[in-house]
Design a protein around this ligand. Structure first.
Ligand SMILES: O=P(O)(O)OC[C@H](O)CO
Length: 438
């Protein structure tokens, strides 16, 4: 139920803002801050609790959380609202929207609030900040941070004669385990056709997705999606589909998640933000194991990219609203709130001290699977591959990547042809976009 590829099924919060007049800073009335987010289901409930706690904690600001559909949908709504006052003061945007948000000129950079308030950034996780720091400053505040992990069914592993405490770590091991696990109408694995996974497979091989150091040392002008890292990944994936040990369920992680929880597939990939939902969903049916994102056995050093989303303050709202949003952001970053968010979702705390909170310790004993994701993040070495790519056309590029994967898995194209084509299209989009950015 993360904002990624899930279907927006619920409205987590009531009401929508149709453009209320900004409250004056001098007014005794609390200032209203509308927050657009993409957290549905259980994640939305956790958001609502954080908002209710903030609203009860003080009298100056009232936050109204509004679910706006998936990350893509919410960003598109924001783009449509940019020329009017119908947008929010605060918006959650997925990590790949970072470059666009900066170039949009629609935001007040978070660094401005951080500097004015002397907010101590050293309390936050460095590798999370590392993702969102572009040109040396923070434009948004990280909020829900994730990475993808391998979820596996320990009971199916046992039944197939595999060690339930040893998840496969390489592509080769995943393929071999999948063969052993495929029987009685059940499949070894199902991975959603999700561009995020391809981005992460690149980083895990120490490979950059874009030139100019992943667009971190200057605007990217070329996609490298068709490099060895991509071809190797897609060749492996397609072979498993051909061998009928991997079930292709399309683009939505909601569908692979359901198949995994139903015991139809023994392994899947998903966000750490789905951990609580998956483990609780399998409760009483089977034991869920977690492992690192797989990589080819001969891969260079790599790691995972910080995924999830961050929050931006929009500059077309009143100063009072923007300051109110900043007060809320500071509240969200506190260890207590981060601990609550982590425990109820599986997203990482952005604040180091959250790990000292008792509920986090108790939760780790109850959900030991959470440790995999935390360890995977901490084991990741910072470089421009694992820092992740940035480009203004990332949402479009991700969809082109998904179409390329889809064509290969459906047998319409070979991995190289398909990735060559997608890389060319993305490079073309970069060229057009870069002309619009000064
Ligand atoms: O599902 P999430 O929130 O972990 O986000 C996954 C991706 O990073 C979204 O771009």
């Amino acid at each position: 139920a993360c904002g990624g590829t899930s279907q927006p099924t619920t409205t987590a919060s009531s009401g929508t803002d149709k453009g209320t007049a900004p409250a004056s800073a001098a007014s005794k009335e609390p200032v209203k801050v509308v927050w657009w987010h993409s957290m549905s289901g259980e994640l939305g409930k956790a958001i609502d609790k954080l908002v209710a706690d903030f609203n009860a904690s003080q009298k100056d600001v009232v936050v109204e959380a509004v679910f706006q559909g998936t990350y893509d949908e919410s960003l598109n709504k924001m783009k449509a609202s940019m020329d009017s006052k119908s947008g929010p003061a605060l918006i959650q945007v997925f990590e790949i929207g970072s470059r666009f948000m900066i170039d949009s000129k629609a935001i007040t950079p978070m660094q401005k609030f951080i500097d004015a308030d002397k907010f101590d950034l050293s309390q936050l996780e460095e590798n999370i900040l590392n993702y969102y720091r572009i040109d040396g400053k923070l434009n948004s505040m990280p909020f829900n941070t994730s990475n993808p992990i391998l979820y596996y069914n320990k009971d199916m592993f046992k039944a197939a004669g595999l060690d339930p405490e040893k998840p496969p770590v390489t592509y080769e091991e995943v393929a071999a385990a999948s063969k052993a696990l495929t029987k009685d109408g059940k499949y070894g694995n199902s991975f959603a056709i999700y561009g995020w996974f391809m981005e992460q497979f690149f980083a895990n091989q120490g490979a950059e997705l874009l030139n100019n150091n992943n667009g971190r040392k200057g605007l990217a002008t070329e996609s490298m999606l068709n490099s060895d890292a991509g071809i190797k990944t897609l060749t492996w994936w397609k072979q498993m589909v051909d061998d009928k040990v991997s079930l292709n369920l399309g683009r939505k992680t909601d569908d692979t998640k359901k198949a995994f929880i139903a015991g139809q597939v023994a392994m899947t990939l998903d966000s750490t933000g789905s951990l609580r939902g998956i483990v609780d969903g399998a409760q009483g049916k089977f034991e869920v194991g977690t492992g690192y994102l797989p990589k080819p056995s001969d891969a260079k050093d790599g790691g995972v990219i910080v995924g999830g989303a961050s929050v931006y303050i929009l500059n077309n709202r009143s100063e009072a609203e923007q300051n109110g949003a900043w007060q809320f952001i500071k509240f969200l970053a506190e260890p207590k709130q981060q601990a609550f968010w982590h425990v109820n979702t599986g997203y990482f705390p952005i604040t180091k001290k959250a790990y000292d909170e008792q509920i986090v310790k108790d939760n780790l004993a109850k959900y030991p699977q959470l440790k995999t994701a935390v360890d995977q993040l901490h084991a990741t070495k910072a470089n421009t591959a694992t820092q992740g790519a940035v480009m203004g056309v990332f949402p479009e590029a991700r969809q082109l990547t998904e179409s390329a994967i889809e064509e290969v898995l459906n047998g319409k194209k070979q991995p190289k042809d398909s990735l060559d084509n997608a890389a060319k299209e993305i490079t073309g989009k970069l060229g057009t976009y870069n002309k619009t950015v000064k």
